[in-house]
Design a protein around this ligand. Structure first.
Ligand code: SF4
Length: 281
């Protein structure tokens, strides 16, 4: 009997949201994960290759295809695809593999000049497979918009690509441990080497410490240029911090960091942009 690729793909796509819902609502959690499905998909003939979508994805407007011209494609797309497959099936941290719904690879433009780096996926990101989609993510999207970019122009990734596990029956998110970030960091480093951003923005102290591999204080480093493997690195507050501290002064600090980023990238900065979050005289 010959297999029907479309029917099989449809079955996979129908199964995923059910598993995600079970993962969210049931204790103990089901053992099947997105990684299991990715492994299953990887075992199929190439004609089955089609991205697995979440239920939410099916209601989204299709993402614009990033134009690939022969003079622009330097081979990174193929290399990133191979890297993505390795990351999505990574099992270096058994305790995180046991608790994750899926690996959160990152999202955005493989030719991005600007890369935002966070610390780790939270509960919502773990379920949806995309970084920065909760309330903090929505604020990040607004910051990106104020910089005159869209999420499709830049790239967003985390240092830790699996959600930090939580004690049984506890919800919420925990900070990734230094050892966990050190284990996962080589994946991000490879993404950076292939994407070749001109600037990296580290969102929050944990992200900075994860990149640099050493403790630091936000007071000393925020708004000052650092270096990550030759790429200028701007540390700024995590958007979640701004949600907790909604003063004009704190918003202005982050915005001034973003103005430095725009300046470094050689982007035009309008008078309106210069004036965002300034105290009215
Ligand atoms: S956190 Fe990173 S290194 Fe650990 S299992 Fe996930 S992808 Fe692999």
């Amino acid at each position: 009997m010959s297999a029907n690729p479309d029917a099989f793909q449809e079955a996979l796509e129908a199964t995923l949201p059910i598993l995600q819902s079970m993962t969210k609502n049931l204790r103990p959690k089901p053992k099947a994960t997105r990684t299991s499905l990715e492994n299953l998909k990887a075992s199929l003939p190439s004609s089955f290759e089609k991205p697995i979508e979440t239920a939410g994805d099916r209601h989204k407007t299709p993402q614009p295809v990033i134009p690939i011209t022969s003079d622009k494609d330097d081979g990174r797309l193929g290399k990133l695809e191979i890297l993505k497959k390795s990351i999505l099936t990574c099992t270096r941290c058994p305790h995180l593999v046991a608790s994750r719904t899926q690996v959160v690879y990152g999202v955005g433009n493989p030719y991005a000049e600007l890369l935002f780096v966070g610390e780790a996926p939270g509960e919502e990101e773990d379920l949806r497979g995309e970084p920065f989609i909760g309330k903090a993510g929505q604020l990040l999207t607004k910051i990106i918009g104020a910089m005159e970019y869209t999420r499709d122009d830049i790239f967003i990734a985390n240092i830790l690509k699996c959600r930090p596990d939580m004690p049984d029956r506890e919800s919420g998110n925990r900070k990734p441990k230094p050892a966990e970030m050190a284990t996962c960091l080589p994946w991000l480093t490879q993404q950076i080497e292939l994407i070749k951003p001109k600037v990296i923005v580290a969102l929050g102290l944990t992200a900075v410490e994860g990149l640099l591999g050493e403790p630091c204080t936000m007071r000393d480093i925020r708004g000052k240029w650092l270096d990550y493997h030759g790429v200028p690195l701007m540390p700024t507050y995590h958007p979640a911090y701004l949600l907790r501290n909604q003063t004009l002064a704190e918003k202005r600090k982050v915005w001034e960091d973003m103005l430095l980023v725009l300046e470094k990238l050689g982007r035009p900065i309008s008078a309106k942009q210069q004036g965002y979050f300034l105290e009215k005289a």
